[in-house]
Design a protein around this ligand. Structure first.
Ligand SMILES: [Zn+2]
Length: 70
């Protein structure tokens, strides 16, 4: 019974470490771009989203540049 509890705790700790590691990898891998509206450096994940500074809608154009949507 004690061994079972120990295994559960170890699995829990390993899972927490793995999730933390994956999150940090995603944060590092996501490109840092310049907001086309306010020219600040922002982290941008995916093909469309919001600038967290000026709240303008940003999307990735097919030619690779980032543009604001009016
Ligand atoms: Zn902005």
């Amino acid at each position: 019974m004690l061994v079972f509890l120990l295994i559960c705790i170890i699995i829990g700790v390993v899972l927490a470490l793995v999730i933390t590691f994956i999150r940090s990898v995603i944060a590092v891998a996501s490109p840092s771009i310049e907001c086309p509206a306010c020219a600040r450096k922002i982290k941008f994940i995916g093909n469309s989203g919001h600038c967290y500074k000026c709240r303008s809608k940003i999307y990735k154009h097919s030619n690779g540049t980032y543009m604001t949507r009016q």
